[in-house]
Design a protein around this ligand. Structure first.
Ligand SMILES: Cc1cc2nc3c(=O)[nH]c(=O)nc-3n(C[C@H](O)[C@H](O)[C@H](O)COP(=O)(O)OP(=O)(O)OC[C@H]3O[C@@H](n4cnc5c(N)ncnc54)[C@H](O)[C@@H]3O)c2cc1C
Length: 505
């Protein structure tokens, strides 16, 4: 009996020792993880010096020296800038596009960010008219007290309305699509300095080309947008395999009018699991009382978490199996405007000196979801691309813009990734992005134009089949080729030269 008790006691103490050790290892691991994410060991990096005539974008990969920068505050300033000069003009909003779309060497650069007044808010009609340099976040400040919301915008609120229209952006809204679907009318300043109103019924050619026209047709000066009611929304998430998603979306999400926002995150590095995240209209009590995310919110840990996920497959595993399940286990009920007021600072790394974070986006018809997703996973794995997240969104067809990326109902694959900045690293990214574009084109889809300019002109023409109509119109309304940037240098100049070669043959 004594022996039995003694052996049992010994066993128990061995077990306790073992458990203590395991607990210690876990504690050590989480302390290290905590230190890695929260403690800034190297201190902040000094801001690199840039001259006011150096235009760059958030990736810091596209530095372009312009001749002069002006910051219009009235529509007359824009008219005067165009009428009193004769050289190339480039236009910049928030500068979040990532391939030189906002600048051209030695051009006169219109920095639109101070052209940012609200001109009219019609609460009864639910419409707002603004100068195009205003950001979503500043616009939200004005409409939120009226309990109104932006109908269609991106996930983040830092972008200007002019930059958003010129790219014809989209968000996570169900039953919506490209932003053009929410635009009532625009006021343009043309290449000869004339002011022109445009809408779906007035100067419609200009309307359908300036929206999605990447600053190549005219300056978008004023914009009238349709608004909707601000409502309370509740988060609902569900994890599933990649192959279950398209059917799940069609049965549960597509036609559910109570869903406001929806996206689904595909988890790297295997790209076989996906989490659907929907925000549904609700009357439940708010878990977050704030109406908008504070402009000066501190984002110390979020970028470090993204860095941690990017650093290793272990980080990616931890995100999928530990961090997100914990995050999503909490209820979230908040205002639509709160969910639409994210700040890109939550992503901004401490440094972009050796590597940078960037986006890509591909659009395919809804029926191509599975095929394209498999092809995408294969391309990323073969190239060992460091993908942090692939967010799937849905869009109904475009209402008629010439450079529409949603010619039919599409799924968008928004790819957030990390890359080196060396020439070699950029070449490697170019290889996978061209393969991704081919995969999208093979499905009659498109790639998104605000990102790095890795597409060939042939790929551009295949992805945007109305390019010829767009370029013909550009030649008509901008005969001296004043509105320029790196995107149009890459594709329009090739087209223009080919046309003039034909004329002289
Ligand atoms: C972190 C991040 C998240 C993003 N999320 C989304 C998303 O959810 N959905 C989405 O669709 N896109 C998304 N994007 C892409 C983004 O919407 C575009 O890059 C958009 O153009 C940014 O607006 P901006 O004010 O910075 O425009 P800019 O980059 O300054 O300009 C973009 C283009 O518009 C032209 N332009 C700007 N203002 C005017 C004007 N007034 N008149 C004529 N032309 C003008 C410029 O010449 C340029 O060609 C994201 C980008 C980042 C970096």
């Amino acid at each position: 009996m004594c022996d039995f008790l003694w052996i049992n006691f010994k066993r128990k103490s061995v077990l306790i020792k073992l458990l203590t050790k395991v607990l210690f290892v876990f504690l050590l691991f989480f302390c290290l993880l905590f230190a890695y994410i929260f403690v800034d060991l190297k201190g902040p990096e000094p801001d690199p010096y840039t001259s006011p005539t150096t235009i760059n974008d958030i990736t810091q990969l596209n530095s372009i020296e312009v001749d002069r920068v002006i910051t219009p505050t009235s529509i007359e300033d824009i008219v005067t800038a165009i009428k009193t000069t004769s050289g190339p003009i480039s236009i910049g909003g928030g500068r979040y596009s990532q391939g030189g779309q906002t600048a051209y060497p030695d051009s006169l650069h219109l920095d639109m960010r101070a052209f940012n007044k609200v001109l009219n808010l019609d609460v009864a009609q639910k419409q707002i008219t603004v100068q195009s340099g205003i950001t979503w976040r500043d616009l939200q400040e004005v409409i939120d007290p009226q309990n109104l919301s932006v109908k269609i915008m991106q996930t983040y609120a830092n972008f200007t309305i002019g930059g958003s229209l010129s790219v014809n952006v989209h968000g996570r809204y169900i039953g919506e699509g490209p932003i053009i679907r929410s635009v009532e009318s625009i006021k343009l300043v043309t290449a000869d300095g004339e002011i022109k109103d445009a809408s779906a019924t007035e100067n419609s050619e200009m309307f359908y080309s300036a929206i999605g026209g990447y600053g190549g047709i005219a300056v978008i000066a004023e914009v009238t947008l349709n608004l909707v009611d601000n409502v309370k929304v509740k988060r609902v998430t569900q994890k599933m395999t990649l192959h279950e998603y398209a059917e799940y979306f069609s049965n549960n999400i597509r036609n559910d009018e109570s869903i406001v926002f929806h996206n689904a995150d595909i988890y790297p590095p295997n790209f076989m699991d996906i989490r659907s995240v929907s925000w549904i209209k609700t009357d439940e009590e708010l878990t977050i009382k704030q109406r908008l995310i504070a402009k000066n919110k501190d984002y110390t840990w979020q970028p470090k978490l993204a860095e941690f996920v990017a650093d290793s497959n272990f980080g990616k595993w931890l995100r999928q199996y530990v961090l997100e399940p914990v995050l999503y286990s909490f209820d979230a009920v908040q205002w639509r405007n709160y969910e639409a007021s994210y700040d890109v600072n939550e992503l901004e790394p401490k440094s972009r000196r050796t590597h940078t974070y960037a986006l890509r986006e591909y659009f395919v018809p809804v029926e191509s979801f599975d095929r394209f997703a498999i092809e995408m996973a294969d391309i990323f794995k073969r190239h060992n691309a460091n993908i942090i997240n692939v967010s799937v969104r849905h869009a109904l067809p475009d209402s008629g813009s010439l450079l529409a990326w949603a010619r039919t109902e599409v799924f968008a694959f928004v790819v957030y990734y990390r890359q080196g900045i060396s020439n070699g690293a950029q070449q490697e990214v170019k290889l996978w992005s061209q393969e991704m574009i081919n995969a999208a084109i093979a499905e009659q889809g498109a790639y998104y134009l605000p990102y790095q300019l890795n597409a060939t002109t042939e790929q551009f023409m295949n992805a945007y089949p109305n390019y010829q109509q767009f370029f013909e119109l550009k030649q008509k309304v901008d005969p001296n080729y004043r509105f320029r940037n790196k995107l149009w240098q890459q594709h329009f100049e090739v087209y223009k030269n080919a046309i003039s070669d034909l004329k002289y043959e």
